[in-house]
Design a protein around this ligand. Structure first.
Ligand SMILES: O=C([O-])CC(=O)C(=O)O
Ligand SMILES: [Mg+2]
Length: 288
């Protein structure tokens, strides 16, 4: 299996004793930069997928095909393992199974399936959860859809901030019992909540956005948190840079006076130009 070693690297992180921050990646350029900087893992968030592919907010308009295609492009560009936020699995449990198949062949190292009711329900101002039973069915379907046993499947719940920490624990225990590889929590607000979750479960923990008091990486590692997300600053930085550059040009700045651009060396590195030139010489032959 061509992607097995990426998946084994993610499994190595999950079975270790430390906690890592993944690099937020969303396209071929960002994944290569994250790889070159030594990030052990990339995180492809649903929010950044929506932004990078559609220019939209995170409201479940992106399709599975679009998400998987973007993942495929990243898998071609780099061997960095990537954890994909597969949202609710793009439908019911049968759709979840299909989602796993598509992301597996697109080269994801792992993916999360969450129990949020998506897309948002009619007339509901607040985010809703599906029932625990439906969530369990989705986790089982995800595991059933896996063709490569090294693909990492994580059960994810946002119950901590939607219903209660007790509900988050109840759901996490039920997802753990299905055989998923890790538990992904969003909305954990304090050390006491993390400690309650860690004490009630056994699997490696992944934390979505967390408050200040959950920033100390050694503390997190000591409570079985193996991956802690840090938001999606890279795409925000890219948006700012494109905005500033277009604005300066629109206001008449000569291109040579622009600051903050990638150097030719950095661009060449991102394009893997040395390798491409070597291939050109080997396969296209020199012009005489
Ligand atoms: O998974 C993440 O990075 C957090 C999240 O849900 C998103 O950004 O869509
Ligand atoms: Mg998301």
């Amino acid at each position: 299996m061509a992607f097995r070693s990426r998946r084994e690297k993610l499994r190595f992180i999950l079975s270790g004793r430390t906690c890592v921050h993944p690099g937020s990646v969303y396209d071929a350029i960002s994944i290569r930069i994250a790889e070159d900087l030594g990030f052990p893992l990339g995180m492809f968030g649903g929010s950044v997928a929506s932004l990078a592919v559609l220019g939209d907010p995170d409201v479940t308009l992106i399709t599975l095909t679009e998400l998987a295609e973007q993942m495929r492009r990243m898998s071609r560009a780099s061997a960095l393992p990537v954890l994909v936020d597969a949202d609710h699995g793009y439908g019911n449990a049968l759709n979840v199974r299909r989602t796993v198949q598509e992301l597996e062949t697109a080269g994801a190292a792992g993916l999360t399936i969450e129990d949020t009711l998506l897309p948002a329900a009619f007339g509901e101002a607040r985010t809703q959860l599906i029932s625990l039973e439906e969530g369990v069915g989705k986790m089982k379907a995800a595991l059933d859809g896996r063709g490569d046993s090294s693909l990492v499947i994580m059960g994810r719940t946002g119950a901590a901030s939607i219903t209660s920490i007790e509900d988050a624990i109840r759901r996490a225990k039920a997802y753990e019992a299905t055989g998923v590889d890790a538990l992904f929590f969003t909305g954990i607000k304090s050390r006491a909540e993390l400690e309650a979750v860690a004490a009630s479960t056994h699997l490696p923990i992944v934390l979505g956005g967390a408050p200040e008091e959950l920033n100390a990486i050694d503390y997190l590692a000591g409570h079985r948190v193996r991956i802690a997300l840090q938001g999606h600053a890279p795409i925000a930085a890219a948006t700012r840079a494109v905005y500033d550059t277009l604005k300066a040009l629109r206001e008449g700045a000569p291109p040579k006076t622009l600051g903050g651009l990638a150097s030719p060396e950095l661009t060449s590195r991102v394009m893997r130009e040395v390798e491409v030139k070597a291939r050109s010489a080997a396969f296209l032959g020199p012009k005489t």
